[in-house]
Structure formats: C-alpha cells, structure tokens
Design a binder for this molecule. Structure first.
Ligand SMILES: NC(=O)c1ccc[n+]([C@@H]2O[C@H](COP(=O)([O-])OP(=O)(O)OC[C@H]3O[C@@H](n4cnc5c(N)ncnc54)[C@H](O)[C@@H]3O)[C@@H](O)[C@H]2O)c1
Ligand SMILES: O=C(O)C(=O)C[C@]1(C(=O)O)C=C[C@@H](O)C=C1
Length: 367
C-alpha cells in the first residue's frame, strides 16, 4: 500500500509493527517518533523506520496511518494531543495498548472530528522491551484484537488489517469492555502474580542465601514475565485496575480454599485442585493461534561431559535446522542432565529428533 505511516513509540511493539509493515508494503514510507532520541537513532540504524521526526505534530501531518505504541497511560495523553492537531481526513489512528477501555474513552472524541480511531492490541509480546528486541515475526499466528467504535471505524477495519497484513496475525473484533475483562484474566493478573512470587523469594533472600541459586526451572518458567518493563505494567495496572481488584478478590478466595484444605489435611481436595488445573492447562491450544506461543521442544538426556551440548548444536547446524532456545534443565556431577531444545516448527523438531536419534548415542524424546 502507498502512503505515510507514522509510528509513535519505537519500542518492542512499535518497532515490530513497523518492520512488518515495511516488509509487506515496501512502497510505503514509515516515519517514527520516540521520546528517547537514542531509540529513534537505533530504529533508523536498524532500518525499522525510514526516518524520524522531532515532534508528533511533524509526523502526524499528512499521515495515512498513525500507530500509537507507547505505555497505555502515555497513549491516553497522546490521544488528547492528537485530538488538537490537524490530521489528514482519511487517516486511521490506532494503538497497540494492552488496555482498551480508558484509551477508547478518550479516543471516542475523534468521532466529532470525523477521524477514524480503531483500538488495537496484538496479543503477543515478550518480557523484553526496546527497539533492539523488535522483529517482524513477533505477531505471527497470534490474535490481534481490534476495537472499532462506530460503523465508520468498523468499515475502515479492513483497511487497517491490510496495512497490518505483514504481522501474519489473526484479527478479531472485541468491545473494549470485554477486551479488558478477558486480558485481565489471562495476562494482567498473571503478571501481578509473577511479580509477587518474585517478591516472596526476594524477601526470603537474606535468610537463605542459597535461594537464588536453587530457584530453578519451575520458578523461572512461572516468573519469566516478571522481567517485563515496570512502566508498561504499572500503566496497565492503573488502566485496568477495577478488573484487577475483582480478580484479586477471586484469587484470594481460591487461595483460602487451598489454605483450609492444608489446615485440615484434605488430600482429596488438594489432589482435585491440582488435577483440575492440569486437565484445563493441558487442553489449552498450544500449536494453533493464541496468546500462548507454540513450543516445539525436544529433550535430550546428556551426560555431564564438556562438549556434549556443542556436539548436538553442531549437528543441527550442519543440517540447517535452526533452534529458537536451548536450556539445560538439570545437571549434577555424574548424573545425566536434560537438554531442552526449542524449534520454530513441528517439522524442524521432527527432523532434529530423527537426526539426533540416528547420529548420537543419547536418549532423544518429545515429552
Ligand atoms: N511488550 C508486550 O509484550 C506487549 C504486547 C502487546 C502490546 N503491548 C503494548 O504495546 C505498547 C508498547 O509496549 P512495548 O512493549 O513496545 O514497550 P517498549 O518499552 O518496548 O516501548 C515503548 C516506547 O514508547 C516510548 N515512549 C514513552 N513515552 C513516550 C512519549 N511520551 N512519546 C513517545 N514515545 C514514548 C518509549 O521511549 C519506548 O521506546 C504498550 O501500550 C503495551 O501495553 C505490549
Ligand atoms: O510473553 C510475554 O512476555 C507477555 O507478557 C506477552 C503479553 C501477555 O501477557 O501474553 C503481555 C502483554 C500484552 O498485552 C500481550 C502479551
């Protein structure tokens, strides 16, 4: 598509969307703005944008698509600023914020100016921030939630999806209210829990100096998201605070039940608590689209001998099989450790399984 795209906030999400747009629409011009000059310079150097401007007014003038990819409370402020500016008549303004209600409450004023605003939220991301973490494939197969506010913005949704086609995301329309309620449950509240688990360990740190080193696989898996940007999550927490407060009450009730079962040593209740959770968790879609990324993992039992890991990765590299992650899950002296290797696709994983079975003496399996 021809035209000028203006991305405000050149971090992980703004950068990834800019890259996806540039890949799909090389004929468009993508201009960026960020509050931090270094981020703009880096974005230009990485060819995430064609250029940058020194203020929002300069970028917004004449833009066909304006994308706000800043922390949600900042986005609310920027919407108010954009409302004061002269914009192209047919421009589409959208955002990427993790909350929708409070942003849409401001953005609805665009209607009076005849400007289309479509709330947006790509449901994929990372605990990393900044433009250096941006990649055009970040949203592949993920859901991309869109919240148009009236008939005209609904009609323009198709045009926005065409602009965003390079994300390879699956677009779904939701209302801002149902959006915020749903993401509070599956995204925002889990971040509160992850951060509070880390606090639990941090508070016990002085008493047990070994704790940090013992905090292994399970703890790291469940708390990965606690490494996300504090500004982004403080903004989201305020932006969705009513839903979060309601969930905190429900969660506390749930934990009270667990506490009672523990106090009364009710084995069956505890068993059911874990079994029901396992059953539901195991049924979550993992290979299709969704907020939970697909993991194509392979496990290799390896002895604790220097050079074993590189032997395996070299074999995969020789056959051109790329890996997306690699981790030793456990290794102790004289005991086998487990190497977990993640792949981008099922096909890569299956090829790796065959190769390592044929060409190494190690036990190789899919869990
Ligand atoms: N990280 C994720 O997993 C994820 C996923 C989906 C949506 N989101 C949402 O997307 C938005 C961006 O998140 P991100 O992960 O890219 O964060 P990020 O920290 O990587 O990038 C945000 C950028 O906004 C810039 N910024 C801050 N205030 C600004 C201002 N006043 N004017 C211009 N630029 C400003 C920052 O300098 C930074 O470069 C947030 O609203 C977030 O809730 C994040
Ligand atoms: O994978 C992560 O690190 C994320 O936290 C991504 C995640 C999520 O909770 O799923 C975080 C916030 C966004 O609004 C959407 C996606």
């Amino acid at each position: 598509m021809q035209g000028k795209v203006f991305v405000i906030g050149l971090g992980l999400i703004g950068g990834s969307i800019a890259l996806a747009i540039k890949k799909e629409h090389p004929e468009a011009t993508v201009i960026g703005f960020d509050a931090r000059l270094e981020e703009m310079k880096m974005a230009k150097a990485m060819m995430v944008v064609d250029g940058y401007v020194e203020n929002i007014k300069g970028g917004a003038a004449g833009a066909d698509l304006i994308i706000l990819a800043t922390p949600v409370l900042v986005t609310e402020k920027l919407v108010r600023q954009l409302l004061q500016m002269e914009l192209k008549e047919n421009v589409i303004v959208t955002d990427t914020g993790s909350t929708k209600e409070s942003i849409m409450a401001q953005a609805v004023q665009f209607k009076e100016k005849g400007i289309v605003f479509i709330g947006g939220h790509p449901m994929a991301g990372s605990h990393k921030s900044g433009v250096t973490a941006a990649k055009p494939t970040l949203f592949e197969n993920a859901f991309y939630l869109l919240a148009p506010y009236d008939k005209r913005s609904k009609m323009k949704t198709e045009e926005l999806e065409r602009w965003l086609k390079g994300t390879r995301a699956n677009f779904i329309t939701v209302s801002p209210e149902e959006h915020d309620e749903m993401v509070a449950i599956i995204s925002h509240f889990p971040h509160v829990v992850a951060a509070s688990l880390v606090h639990l360990v941090k508070d016990a740190d002085a008493e047990y100096p070994l704790l940090k080193r013992l905090a292994a696989g399970g703890f790291r898996d469940i708390t990965r998201i606690a490494s996300s940007s504090p500004q982004m999550w403080a903004d989201i927490s305020i932006g969705n605070r009513e839903n979060l407060i309601a969930l905190l009450d429900r969660w506390t009730e749930n934990l009270q039940k667990v506490k009672r079962a523990l106090e009364e040593s009710k084995y069956d209740d505890l068993f059911r608590f874990y079994a029901e959770a396992k059953q539901y968790r195991d049924r979550l879609p993992i290979s299709g689209s969704g907020a939970i990324p697909s993991f194509y993992d392979l496990f290799v039992d390896i002895p604790d001998i220097p050079g074993v890991v590189s032997e395996i990765t070299n074999k995969l590299a020789e056959k051109g099989i790329s890996i997306t992650n690699i981790r030793i899950l456990e290794t102790r002296e004289d005991v086998y450790g487990v190497l977990r290797i993640s792949f981008r696709s099922e096909k890569d994983r299956d090829n790796a399984l065959k190769l390592l079975k044929e060409e190494t003496p190690h036990e190789v399996y899919i869990q």
